[in-house]
Ligand binder design. Structure first.
Ligand code: DX5
Ligand code: ZN
Length: 209
């Protein structure tokens, strides 16, 4: 399993140390919120630049914003591996094209109540499909196990269509729920509060992997 720590619940006054403590992760997950698509605001391009300067990890940008087209360029750097937009957002197709134009892996995400069929028009254009396992907006919520049906559906779709997109989950991942995810066929797990509440982060990352 690949591990993508979400810095949302990290200590931002100690960002450098926090980033140093998770160097053995596979990706760094950045939760960008606009206070409109979700009822919360997180951080934007300026803090992302500071983060980027202090980590070698490839960035996995999760745009929880209503108008992703306005933001893609601001997060498109050499270190950005994926930019993910929500299928519930505006101008999805244009957003995926804009991401691909920058030679960054495009991702599409579904909120818990959104069925997988809504992303079918886009499956050929994405390298990543992000299944939300909590309602987006806040760290520290409980994992919704029913979302594993979506993961299994995606595993089948990927096989049927001969595609290679990675399947990622986000929300409520810990040492127990990650086993359920693995069994369902998840490739990448975003881990926020569980990881940042541990003393020894690198050991926790190894165990989660
Ligand atoms: C939720 C965010 C998640 C969140 C995960 O809106 O997209 O990435 O930070 O945090 P935990 O692991 O605490 O649920
Ligand atoms: Zn996220």
């Amino acid at each position: 399993m690949k591990i993508a720590p979400s810095v949302l619940t990290a200590d931002f006054t100690q960002l450098k140390n926090e980033l140093n403590s998770i160097q053995n992760a596979d990706l760094l997950h950045l939760d960008i919120m606009d206070g409109h698509f979700v009822p919360n605001i997180s951080f934007g391009p300026a803090i992302t630049k500071t983060i980027e300067k202090n980590t070698h990890l490839p960035l996995d940008v999760h745009l929880m914003v209503s108008n992703p087209l306005d933001w893609i360029l601001k997060f498109a750097s050499e270190q950005t591996k994926y930019i993910t937009v929500h299928v519930e957002a505006n101008h999805v197709s244009e957003s995926l094209s804009a991401i691909n134009k920058h030679h960054i892996g495009a991702g599409i995400s579904v909120k818990p109540k959104t069925p997988i069929r809504t992303i079918m028009p886009y499956i050929n254009e994405v390298e990543l499909i992000l299944v939300m396992t909590v309602e987006p907006g806040f760290g520290g919520q409980s994992f919704i196990p029913e979302m594993m049906d979506k993961v299994k559906e995606l595993v089948d779709i990927r096989k049927q269509h001969g595609l290679r997109f990675a399947i990622e989950v986000d929300g409520g991942i810990n040492d127990e729920t990650i086993l359920i995810c693995k069994q369902a066929g998840v490739d990448i797990a975003v881990v926020g509060s569980y990881l940042f509440n541990q003393e020894n982060r690198s050991q926790t990352i190894e165990a989660l992997k």
